[in-house]
Design a protein around this ligand. Structure first.
Ligand SMILES: *[C@@H]1O[C@H](CO)[C@@H](O)[C@H](O)[C@H]1NC(C)=O
Ligand SMILES: *[C@@H]1O[C@H](CO)[C@@H](O)[C@H](O)[C@H]1NC(C)=O
Length: 340
């Protein structure tokens, strides 16, 4: 009995101290990440809510130029359920140009919500959330040997953030990944995929993006990421989104109960005076749907009140002229001479 309780205590201690144990909600949820991972409480964290009114347009920002994305070698790509997300390995021959350094790809992974509510993306634009977000992680290969080394340095990583939205048709590029989720239902399961065109996972326009300095959005939250968040979302079908939301468990196959893997997104973090750049004029000239509705409503209201004011004035004038006419009729009739 004593042994058992000592064993249990030892187990729970090592479980709590285990560096890999963190979740999005509950006792090890995002509000508690900083207890174990102090960087999560620092001042340049990700994700953020991008406020387009406060974004600084920098016309010198060039389009992002992916190299080797269309045919990522002959090496198999490993797709793994790591209990926090579904992650696919990428070969170092995939590189990013058009940033201050050349970066090599390491992996891509997803963040998503659940059918319970609409959210899922980590970044937001003017408060708007998307149902999911793809992150393609790269490290500064001009300066560092690999991801493990680079992630500790402020200029170490570059991540592409891609918003996913629901469209009318299936997106075949995403089927290369989503069609295999059922094979890696449980945590720690993985399969190999034959290489496919990874460029097609990206939006068509790579010239319109937001850029800022931030962090990994999961523990240990290192502040080593130069973020590129594309303005244009990529459409996937409702069925594809549902596959992502419903196929995976955060728990291993032999663990019971099985916990669904969903709602794996971190809340927006304080900007704290950081600068957010845009490669396109996103500010005053870019009107959100909400603003357009507000402006249209305002114009309509203005027209209506003008019309109403005009109508009242017209009515007054008409009433007055009728009164005048009556007066004229009355006046003119009183001295009317008799017929005889
Ligand atoms: C990463 O590079 C460092 C420095 O060259 C090396 O010591 C380390 O073993 C490498 N790690 C991996 C995972 O390859
Ligand atoms: C990111 O940080 C680097 C190094 O401090 C700085 O040179 C660069 O201008 C920053 N970029 C943005 C978009 O703020």
């Amino acid at each position: 009995m004593l042994w058992a309780s000592l064993l249990l205590q030892g187990f729970s201690f090592s479980w709590a101290a285990s560096s890999s144990h963190w979740t999005y909600e509950g006792a090890h949820g995002q509000a508690h990440w900083l207890d174990t991972y102090p960087d999560c409480g620092w001042k340049a964290q990700s994700p953020i809510n991008i406020q387009t009114e406060a974004v600084h347009y920098d016309p010198s920002l060039p389009p992002v130029e992916p190299e080797g994305y269309r045919s990522p070698g002959s090496e198999a790509l490993t797709l793994k359920n790591n209990g926090h997300t579904v992650q696919m390995s990428l070969p170092q021959t995939m590189r990013l140009h058009g940033l201050p350094r050349v970066y090599s790809a390491v992996q891509l992974h997803f963040h998503w919500g659940s059918t319970r509510h609409t959210g899922g993306s980590e970044h937001r634009v003017d408060g708007q959330v998307f149902p999911a977000e793809l992150h393609i992680v790269h490290f500064n290969s001009e300066k560092y040997a690999n991801l493990s080394e680079a992630k500790h340095h402020a200029d170490g990583l570059a991540v592409l953030g891609i918003f996913l939205e629901v469209g009318n048709v299936e997106n075949p590029a995403y089927s290369h990944i989503f069609d295999h989720l059922e094979d890696i239902e449980h945590a720690e399961q993985e399969i190999v995929l034959s290489p496919f065109n990874v460029r097609d996972l990206l939006p068509a326009h790579l010239g319109h993006y937001f850029r800022y300095n931030g962090s990994l959005t999961t523990p240990p939250c290192y502040q080593s990421v130069l973020w590129t968040v594309f303005h244009q979302a990529v459409p996937i079908s409702a069925a594809q989104l549902e596959k992502l939301q419903k196929s995976l468990y955060a728990t291993e196959a032999d663990k019971s109960p099985s916990l669904p893997l969903m709602d794996n997104f971190r809340m927006p973090q304080d900007l704290n005076r950081r600068l957010v750049l845009s490669s396109f004029p996103a500010g005053p000239s870019g009107y959100s749907a909400g603003k357009v509705v507000a402006i249209l409503f305002g114009v309509l209201l203005g027209c209506l009140s003008l019309f109403f004011a005009g109508w009242i004035v017209a009515k007054r004038i008409r009433e007055k002229s009728i009164m005048d006419q009556k007066g004229v009729v009355f006046k003119s009739s009183s001295p009317r001479p008799t017929a005889d």
